[in-house]
Write a protein of this length. Sequence first.
Length: 432
Amino acid sequence: MNKVYKVILIALLVTVMLTATVAFTSCKTNKVVTITLMRDAAEMPDTVIQAFEAANPGIKVNVVENDAAKLMAMVSSGNPPDIFRINAIGSPYWINKGLLMDLTPYLEKTIDMKDLFLVNDMFRWDGKTQGQGPYYGIVKDWSLDYMYYYNKDALKEAGVPEPSDDTPLSFTEFTDMVNKVTVYEDGKVERYGFGFTDDEWNGYFMFLLASKGKTLFKDNGSKLNSDDPDVKALFKWWFDEAQTYHAMHNSLDPASDWDGPLLQVGRVAIMWDGYWFGPIINEGTTISPDRFGFAPAPIYGDKRINATGGGTGYVISKSTKNFDAVWKFYEYWMLGDEAIARAKSGWGLPALKSNMKYVPQETVFDKYRLDQVNKELQYQVVLQFTPYLRDSAMISVYNQQMEPALKGEIEFDVAYKNFTEAIDAMIAKEIK
């Protein structure tokens, strides 16, 4: 009986231990991991995040709204978001600081790398050249930003022939068209010649210079290439279009709204911002989409090119502590059904070539704008930005330094010198 008692006691102890082990393991398995996401609510609504959490009950997404100052504060404190949103054009800045995770091995396990459009190379930087080296992100969607939509009726009213769907205008011809369709009366702009968005601002100069084999920065990005005559000429062009021709919104001729709604009602004649503006035209109620054309990018130099000036995408912090959970969300948002949904929306082209079949083609206008893009894809290049500036810095410094010149308080040459010195000083400080 004593031996039997001992056997029973041992069996009970083993059972208790196994039960405790299972309970402990279950507790560990059911532990909720929290990841921090900085998102733009307009492009990634709460429903997208809620659907992910419902499908992945072990992952909680802590949402921080997209804000440049907030992002820099989080980075400076050593606690960056696990996933955050940046423009591909400015990715060398973040890579150079060692803040981003190399996603190449994870992408290679998930997709066919040949399925990536060239635009994703903007998230590559090998320490010298943008477009080479590992992938530190991919675009959520994109556009060939230097194609432009034009209001046919505005051109007709100005006596300007419609540009060809196939043969690009020279930059001189493009400028002439812009200035002729601008309407400035009694000290007020009634119709801007062209519209633009800040995200693509650097790219206007970089893409035009690239058509001559030139760059906006020199000496491995350590200085603005301001002494190049074409660089100065293009900044002078932008300045003259504002001060002399009132062709786009600026501090002298501020707009009542951003350029999207103004395009819809005919107060912007040409939208120089690429494919992604199509849905804004479709949503307009004043002007029918068939009254808009979509033309190839103008040519400044000898080489026909097109490019992406922003390339918004998402990246993963190198310091993330829960990579598996973070990558699961990244796959969900960037490569899965949500990527297909974005392609179907028509707000941009997909990161993957295989998702082009989902891009809207049901209406005459949507088919037309996609056909136009397909003609231009062969001319796409990857632009080169400095690793020592955030991509938002250039337009901010330009506006600050040029405003006195726009008001006639100083000459352009003085303002240009001040602009150059300010940018070079920012770069030098970053290098140190």
